[in-house]
Ligand binder design. Sequence first.
Ligand SMILES: [Zn+2]
Length: 210
Amino acid sequence: MLSDEVRIFRPGEPVQVVRAPMSIGAETYGLPGPVPTDAWHVLDHAVSVIHRVTPWATVIAAPTLVAEATYDDYPCREFLRRRDSEKNYVKLGGRSFGNEGLIALSLYSWSGYLISTAYHEAWHQLERILDKKILDEIDGHLIPLSWGSAYMDSMVERRARCFETWAMRFEEGMPGLRLSSQVDAIFDAAATGEIAKEWYKMQQKAARGR
Ligand SMILES: [Zn+2]
């Protein structure tokens, strides 16, 4: 169904609805577009995933999410070209804006992808508070694999895809394997919100110590 509805989920606040098009973060825009009915159905769940992993994040869900980009940045993606502009736009499933504590989601895709994108973007957001030792531990287990673009091959993207894939197994209730390695333990603490809780505690302690 065609929609121009953009929903904004700020932590602890009622959902705000605004109309697309709207500017979201740097060079990124929410546009009107077709939204599958089941995308609305799972959106609340996708938002709850993000608010569990990164409780501080504001989530903005738009029918279509696009960003100014060049083909070389994202050879793996679908592009749109504006007739009135030299600029190219890439269609995104989601994007995390670390400095702003903001995650944007696109609703154009199918609903399963919306949930995995929520995990993916929440991980990008969470990495900002993770110790380098934790990232090194994960990187040490990734095998060399070329996806054909610097973007897809980057460790940042590979870690986010790993977490998303890991988390999606448990969305369907897959038994076992949850804590079989150090990387499992890291992803489990991220997915359950334990890392975020510990981080908040440390922030409070640091604030009291000032
Ligand atoms: Zn990513």
